[in-house]
Design a protein around this ligand. Structure first.
Ligand code: ZN
Length: 317
């Protein structure tokens, strides 16, 4: 028997998100509604996902391997139903709760500078829209009733409506391209999500899912962020550290001149008030400048003489 990772064609290190995405893609491809030859493969991938898509079962599987005797047995277990993530895309009718379309997840990458500034962004994506027109054949019920007679008995027989495949609604999935403009809040953290209600996929007879935007922040070559603090690190010659000098910091607000005072203690960072990120309470963090002292790579005999001379001076004794 193939292992579940091989069935889904993913590595053992795959993240939960990758597993879900892969399963979604494969099941769209092999779902028997779309691909009558795909049934066996569909069962296989669904079985794999039932295990790998559940954190606990996956851990169990990783340590113990195949532990279940049959596919049916797993489906009888409580736990997430892999079909739930499709909502009614394939026409399974679920009446237990308000139907809701699936969420659309987008990852948006921004720079650290953009995160500082809080830019406007635009995303473009496709979503499924439904007109939710009740099916004229069954009037939105999904079922057609007819009288059947069997000898002397007459009975009402319910049959699945073919016009709408039992969904009750026509026109269940047109792709629509959407463009949405929005503001990214200043100081947003890496991995934070922004949600837009009703901008996800539509579903027959239900409400639309949400658009979920995952923010990913690209590291900056000059700065690092720690909470609301902005960190800058630079090398400074030891003479400059002793005499004091001016440095230029390529700050997001524009170049920032900073005076390094005479005899600066390089073990402590310089703190520049309110030059950092906005925190969630609306307070501005500080900028911390870390100085790394550097030594010359070589000394000429003249320089050695000067230093020897200097060493005799009272402050260097
Ligand atoms: Zn119908």
């Amino acid at each position: 028997m193939k292992n579940y990772y091989e069935i889904l064609g993913i590595s053992k290190e795959a993240t939960a998100e990758e597993i879900k995405k892969t399963y979604r893609k494969l099941s769209l491809q092999y779902h028997p509604d779309k691909n009558p030859q795909g049934e066996k493969k569909f069962k296989e991938i669904t079985e794999a996902y039932t295990i790998l898509g559940d954190e606990e079962k996956r851990r169990d599987y990783d340590t113990r391997g195949h532990g279940f005797s049959s596919f049916e047995e797993m489906f009888n277990e409580s736990g997430p139903n892999p079909f739930d993530m499709f909502g009614d895309l394939f026409g399974q009718r679920r009446q237990t709760r308000q139907k809701r379309g699936t969420d659309i997840r987008i990852t948006l990458t921004i720079t650290l500078k953009e995160c500082y500034e809080g830019p406007s962004k635009e995303v473009s994506f496709n979503r499924t829209v439904t007109d939710n027109q009740p099916c004229p054949q069954c009037k939105g019920v999904g079922v057609i009733q007819r009288m059947a007679s069997n000898g002397m008995f007459k009975q009402v027989v319910n049959t699945h409506c073919n016009a709408c495949r039992g969904n009750g609604f026509l026109d269940g999935g047109k792709f629509k391209n959407e463009r949405i403009k929005f503001e990214i809040p200043k100081g947003i953290e890496d991995g934070q999500q922004m949600k837009m209600r009703g901008k996800g996929n539509g579903v027959w007879g239900g409400i639309d899912g949400d658009l979920v935007i995952n923010l990913k922040i690209i590291p900056d070559p000059n700065f690092e962020r720690r909470g609301a603090a902005l960190i800058y690190q630079t090398s400074t010659g030891i003479i400059d550290l002793m005499l004091g000098h001016e440095i230029m910091i390529p700050h997001f607000d524009g170049p920032l001149k900073v005076q390094i005072p005479t005899l600066t203690d390089f073990k402590k960072p310089l703190k520049l008030k309110e030059k950092g990120f906005l925190d969630e309470k609306g307070f501005k963090g500080d900028l911390y400048v870390y100085l790394t002292p550097t030594l010359p790579v070589d000394l000429t005999s003249g320089e050695k003489d000067l230093l020897t001379q200097l060493k005799k001076e009272p402050n260097f004794l």
